[in-house]
Design a protein around this ligand. Sequence first.
Ligand SMILES: Cc1cc2nc3c(=O)[nH]c(=O)nc-3n(C[C@H](O)[C@H](O)[C@H](O)COP(=O)(O)OP(=O)(O)OC[C@H]3O[C@@H](n4cnc5c(N)ncnc54)[C@H](O)[C@@H]3O)c2cc1C
Length: 354
Amino acid sequence: MTTALEFKLTGIAVATDALAMLGEICEHFVEHAEVQRSGNGAVLTSEGGTATIFAQDHKLMIELACPTERALQISRTIVAEHLFYFAGEDPLELTWSEPASLALLPNIHEATVLRCEDVTPNMRRVVFHCAELAPFIGGDMHVRLLVPPKGRAPIWPGVRPDGRVAWPEGDDELLVRVYTIRAFDVDRGEVSIDFLQHPAPGVKTPGADFARDAQPGQRVALLGPGGGSLPIAQSILLVGDETALPAIARIAAEVPAGTNLQAIIEVLDGAEEQFLFSEGSISVRWLHRRSYPVGASAVLADEAKKAIAGLNEDTFIWFAGEKAEVRSVRAFLKDRRHDKKNMYVAWYWERTPD
Ligand SMILES: Cc1cc2nc3c(=O)[nH]c(=O)nc-3n(C[C@H](O)[C@H](O)[C@H](O)COP(=O)(O)OP(=O)(O)OC[C@H]3O[C@@H](n4cnc5c(N)ncnc54)[C@H](O)[C@@H]3O)c2cc1C
């Protein structure tokens, strides 16, 4: 069944190098949408609707078509945020046939901390009450967690006329970190997020600290969901560290019976292993960072490459973890010409130099 894309909007972006920007858009969105590129144009199709983009001189002509007004507003914000991100330091002017003027982002969901528990010594689960759970069922599984400053009533973000997010500033600035919805319970109106506790001496870790200190009744917001939908394939290789473990666990729990899952998961030691439920067949190999030789690096990426080398093209490759390791796995898959539609390779955190 095809859904009517009745809600439409056009936009014009004036950029320094419109064609290069179109290339970046196609390159980036291939993991989130079906991308059809032809010459100076591209059509991006996803469940949220279609974006048709043409590069002409210094302009990108954009047409959005979506099944609902809400999806249209979300698509506009996604396009706007990405265009300004790709423009970097270069000037960019973005106007729409109807300017955005929303007091609140359409995909923001207020939530309240209900309780916390330690799943393992270093993985802390925070369970939130959220009145609107429908958006979290199926589809994308990642959210941006927004935490207001301690002791202040939250001011949630709205939308600027060009479609970008209007973030509160100054004393109202929010803590923003990306996490995975590990589980939800529709009857109880609950969503759970697992936060890795990764403290290092002298380093601030606000996201991990939020989970350590969270108190029942504390107000936050979940922005999304977006990114990281359930891979659809008969065989899936899942590789990741603790930050990817909630997503791996959720994928394992949601795949249909008959799916073959092979997982390689890097954790600190045996105490950090978790039971992964699945109706598919699953084999998990745990790597313990504590047992690595001194100076070992990129062990997870190397193990992933060895595993990939023995698999056929039809296997969906899912890899998430530290940025440098993700880049090397992505390059390995590119060399092997692995079909981009059959992989998800994303960095979940970045190691900062000591
Ligand atoms: C799509 C997506 C989904 C994610 N899902 C989850 C999830 O479900 N659970 C989860 O725990 N994380 C998840 N992450 C990772 C999480 O967003 C990052 O680890 C984030 O940096 C944590 O924020 P922080 O404030 O604790 O630390 P930051 O302020 O971001 O960083 C502080 C310091 O900690 C270091 N650091 C950050 N993460 C790690 C780490 N994992 N190990 C060692 N050092 C680290 C940084 O290099 C920096 O030096 C996800 C990320 C993405 C992009």
